[in-house]
Ligand binder design. Structure first.
Ligand code: NAD
Length: 290
């Protein structure tokens, strides 16, 4: 059923996500401090407002898609006093598990249902309405949220209680970072051994070392024609974004005391690579191994 949805953060991801909600018949009230983002949203059928408080007025659902945990906290400080009773809060930003739990508690104390619902799929998935949502929260809040997320989603997975969505995202991306570096190491070693990239690809894609970082995101041109390596490493998934997610993974490693020697090393390597190559696909890290 059509709902009034406030959408806060109309950037690269939030803009097209809000447009898909409009397309599905919802009334969308948007806010972003950047005038250009508000203009684009208006062209897509959103109503744009000059403040968080105005945008959330009367909304049954309030979605945030913001750059960082600090900004989500600051925006929640403005949302909670202004939101209508009974509103459901959905945060789709990628933030730390600790920040996700903190804003959830803040929302709950103010009487609102709230879920963390970070995404994977990038701007492509946001535009196509095929994002994967990883949701943390109660059964009831999940059931409510998944209906609203549907027009933006390929799949919506209930990962567990509050923070579980962010936990799933951070674990996946730490694993992916380690795999992409390891795949780079294998291709560089093959080069030095005189083994062709195509032969390595053909063997490993049918063997036990296979993974998405090799089969789909192959870091050398040729074997997987659609991978960023064939296009001067235009992303794809930009190194700067991987580096942000690894920072959150390291926050989680620190706060839980988990042992992650390879994840920590990957975070270190991507931190250095991001300083000069943040705009390249993260598979370009292979060039630092040559
Ligand atoms: P972005 O920087 O393009 O958009 C963020 C928007 O938030 C900006 O337009 C900014 O002006 C706005 N904003 C800042 N302060 C605000 C405030 N106080 N109130 C309202 N809006 C405010 O970033 P993005 O690429 O859209 O990413 C958004 C989130 O999604 C991030 O947490 C990111 O990690 C995550 N994410 C991004 C991708 C991707 O491929 N871009 C993929 C998955 C997840």
């Amino acid at each position: 059923s059509p709902t009034t949805i406030a959408f806060l953060g109309l950037g690269n991801m939030g803009g097209p996500m809000a447009a898909n909600l409009v397309r599905a018949g919802h009334t969308v009230r948007g806010f972003d401090p950047v005038p250009g983002a508000r203009e684009t949203a208006t062209q897509h059928g959103c109503a744009a407002f000059d403040s968080v408080a105005e945008a959330v007025e009367g909304a049954g659902v309030i979605i945030t898609m913001l750059p960082s945990g600090a900004i989500v906290r600051a925006v929640y400080d403005q949302v909670l006093p202004a939101a209508a009773a009974g509103a459901l809060l959905i945060d789709s930003s990628t933030i730390s598990v600790d920040d996700a739990r903190a804003v959830h508690e803040q929302a709950e104390r103010a009487g609102f249902g709230q879920v963390d619902a970070p995404v994977s799929g990038g701007v492509k998935g946001a535009t196509a309405g095929t994002l994967a949502f990883m949701v943390g929260g109660s059964e009831q809040a999940f059931a409510q949220a998944s209906q609203v997320l549907e027009p933006m989603a390929g799949k919506v997975i209930h990962c567990g209680d509050t923070g579980a969505g962010q936990a799933a995202k951070v674990c996946n991306n730490m694993l992916l970072a380690v795999q992409q570096i390891a795949v780079g190491e294998a291709f560089v070693l093959a080069e030095k051994l005189g083994l062709s990239a195509q032969a390595l690809y053909d063997v490993v894609t049918g063997a036990t070392g296979n993974c998405w970082a090799l089969e789909t995101n192959c870091p050398v041109p040729g074997p997987a024609p659609a991978s960023p390596a064939n296009n001067a490493f235009a992303p794809g998934f930009a190194t700067a974004l991987m580096n942000k997610d690894l920072g959150l993974a390291m926050d989680a490693v620190g706060s839980t005391g988990a042992q992650a020697p390879l994840g920590s090393h990957a975070a270190d390597l991507y931190g250095r690579f991001a300083a000069d190559h943040g705009d390249l696909d993260f598979s370009a890290i292979i060039d630092t191994l040559r």
